[in-house]
Structure formats: structure tokens, C-alpha cells
Design a protein around this ligand. Structure first.
Ligand code: TRP
Length: 362
């Protein structure tokens, strides 16, 4: 007990299997373990707008997709507060104060932001809001005094930045209002960086290499059978490589020993299958079939829940509205403490008012 957990995703599209093994699956496990006081899950629409300012429609349509993905993987609004970033205005005020504690040079040094700037081709035209998003993300986290933040490894620089801001704020205003957050990154390396079905880069919409939680069984089947394996594994009898072979990478992320007992009892676990594949004699089609079975088993309950949820869209918005109201309340409490520490709580600061009354009466 005593933990406050916060995490979130940008609503720029549907969530995919990379999100699932990198974070969603772990969130549901944490929810079920129940070792926390509060658990917030945020749909980061404001952050999504930092590089989509001219395409708000994309964000508008993706919000419901992400909400459906959350609920269908099993996040339970009775146990976690699911909220929308833009609906918690306290976050913006906090961001404004934090911006004064971070230099431009420090913001430009963030390795994830640097990589994104290169990848998005901003050149010299980086939107201020984009450069600033790690600072705004520090507000997302600290507003709730979250100590645990389950995220993929690419978010570690954001957490580092948030911790610096916490230390700087507490030192500058001589207080202990803010709490240093820790990232919770999956220890399975594959899970924190699942490649696309092309085996090359991370799953991404623009590369068209993703498998989405909302893909139907036929799409899943086609994508699995399209997956990149070992281009030199031409005949079944040829030795095959498992490194860089997307099918094996996915099996690393998804399969367990029970899956072998159920779907391919000839091998008792993934290591045995890998050894056989490397030796030669195991065909790609059979390995893909195994992966399809494993994924279908994992996704079936998610598909079923989603089909139900899709029948009542207004109810989903209700969940988000209620979660956002609770988030506003929690953030407002922290903001009050911050304002007091900063000495800008003028109207309720009786000491200040009394002191000045005396001074001006003299
Ligand atoms: N930057 C995160 C991502 O791109 C999304 C995010 C925004 C987030 N605010 C957050 C994650 C706060 C954790 C905590 O995935």
C-alpha cells in the first residue's frame, strides 16, 4: 500500500501488441494485485496535440479507440481512474510553473525528444509545445504524486526529467510537496520494444507493421502469416535463425510453457523449439501456426469484451468524464499545496495579509 500509480498513452491511433506487452498487460496485473492507493490511467490528448495541432480530428477519433482498448484489455473503472489529460486544467498551471525550472538546453537534450524531432522531420521548426512535452508530462505524473509509472523503456528520459523537476521544485520552494516517480519497465527486453511484423522497427502506424488489439481474427491470421522470419530459411530442413526473426521475438513476448503443452506438445518450451529450429527441420508455417494459436488465446477475451463495449459508446464517455472529475480533484489538492509552497496563495495567506496590513499602516 501507499503506492500511487500513473501511466498513459497518446491517442494517435488504436493500441497495438507493442502497447499490450510493453505496458497494458502489466497494468491489468497491477490492478488485480491491488497494491496501491490510487491508480490513474491518462489518455494524453494534449500531448498528442503537440505534434498534431493541425489534425485534431485524428485525436478526437482516437480517444474512443484508446478508451475501448483500455476497457477491453480489462482495466476496470471501479479500480482505476481513467481520465483525459485536456480535461484536467490543473496540469497546465503546473506545467507553467515547471517550465521556469528547466532550461531550453536541458529540454533539447532529452534523447527521446531528440530522436522524435529527427524522425518527424521538424528541422528548425520544432513546435514549442513539442519540445515542452516532457515538462508537461512531469506535471501529469506529479499532479497525482505518483511514485510508480509503468511505461516502455523509451519513457525513461521523461521520468528522469520529472525527477529533476521534483527535486528542483522542492528545493526552490523549500518544501516536500512533490514526489519523485520511478519508471516500471518490463524486465523482458522484448516486451519493452516489440518490433513490427516486418521485424525491423518498433510497431508504428506509419510503417503499417502493427498488429492491433482491435484487429479481427482474419486480419490477425493474415498478419501472422505475413511475418518476417529468417530470409535464408528456405527449406524446412535448413537451419534457421531465431535472432531478428519476428515470429520468435513474438513468441518470446507472448508464449509460456502451458501454450506448448496445449498447442505443440512435441516441445516442452520455447527454448526447445528454438534449438530444433536452429538445427533445421522445423518449418516456418508450423511456428507461425503456434504463434497464431498463442495470440488468439490471449486476444479472444479482449475481442469479446470489445464487442460488448462497442454497443454503448455513451457509457464509455461517461467513464472518462467521471475519471476526469476524480483526476481534477486530486490534481487540485496538489496544486493548492504547490501554490502555498510558492507563496502565491494570496487570498488565503493570512500571514501575508496581516504583515502587509501592519506595514502599510505604519
Ligand atoms: N509519453 C507517453 C507516450 O508517448 C504518454 C504519456 C503522457 C505518459 N503523459 C504520461 C506516460 C505520463 C506516463 C506518464 O507513450
Amino acid at each position: 500500500m501507499g503506492n500511487i500509480i500513473l501511466t498513459g498513452d497518446r491517442p494517435t491511433g488504436k493500441l497495438h501488441l507493442g502497447h499490450y506487452v510493453g505496458s497494458l498487460r502489466n497494468r491489468v496485473a497491477m490492478q488485480e494485485a491491488g497494491d496501491y492507493d490510487r491508480f490513474f490511467v491518462m489518455i494524453a490528448d494534449t500531448q498528442a496535440l503537440t505534434d498534431n495541432a493541425h489534425n485534431p480530428e485524428k485525436i478526437r477519433q482516437s480517444l474512443i479507440e484508446v478508451a475501448l482498448d483500455y476497457l477491453s484489455v480489462g482495466l476496470d473503472p471501479k479500480k482505476v481512474d481513467i481520465f483525459v489529460q485536456s480535461q484536467v486544467p490543473q496540469l497546465f498551471e503546473m506545467t507553467a510553473y515547471y517550465m521556469n525550472l528547466v532550461t531550453v538546453a536541458r529540454a533539447e537534450r532529452n534523447p527521446t525528444v531528440k530522436a522524435e524531432i529527427a524522425q518527424k522531420g521538424f528541422g528548425a521548426s520544432i513546435p514549442m509545445g513539442f519540445l515542452n512535452y516532457p515538462i508537461s508530462q512531469a506535471a501529469d505524473i506529479t499532479a497525482f504524486k505518483a511514485n510508480l509509472v509503468p511505461v516502455g523503456e523509451d519513457q525513461e528520459p521523461m521520468l528522469e526529467q520529472a525527477r529533476e523537476i521534483v527535486r528542483s521544485f522542492n528545493a526552490t520552494y523549500n518544501c516536500e510537496v512533490l514526489v519523485e516517480p520511478k519508471a516500471l519497465i518490463p524486465d523482458n527486453k522484448v516486451c519493452s520494444r516489440l518490433p513490427g511484423i516486418d521485424g525491423q522497427a518498433k510497431m508504428s502506424k506509419s510503417l503499417g507493421n502493427g498488429i492491433y488489439l482491435s484487429d479481427d481474427p482474419k486480419t490477425l491470421h493474415d498478419k501472422v502469416f505475413d511475418m518476417y522470419t529468417d530470409p535464408n530459411h528456405l527449406r524446412v530442413s535448413d537451419p534457421g535463425r531465431v535472432e531478428g526473426n519476428a515470429v520468435f521475438t513474438y513468441l518470446d513476448a507472448f508464449s509460456n510453457d502451458e501454450d506448448f503443452a496445449e498447442f505443440w506438445p512435441e516441445y516442452s518450451n520455447l527454448d526447445e523449439l528454438k534449438a530444433a529450429y536452429q538445427k533445421g527441420g522445423v518449418g516456418d508455417v508450423k511456428v507461425k501456426k503456434l504463434l497464431l494459436n498463442v495470440l488468439t488465446k490471449e486476444l479472444t477475451p479482449i475481442w469479446e469484451r470489445r464487442a460488448e463495449l462497442e454497443h454503448d459508446i455513451p457509457a464509455i464517455y461517461d467513464v472518462l468524464a467521471q475519471g476526469s472529475a476524480r483526476a481534477r480533484e486530486a490534481a487540485a489538492a496538489t496544486l493548492d499545496e504547490m501554490r502555498t509552497a510558492m507563496g502565491i496563495n494570496y487570498f488565503t495567506d493570512q500571514a501575508l495579509i496581516g504583515e502587509q496590513s501592519k506595514h502599510y499602516a505604519e
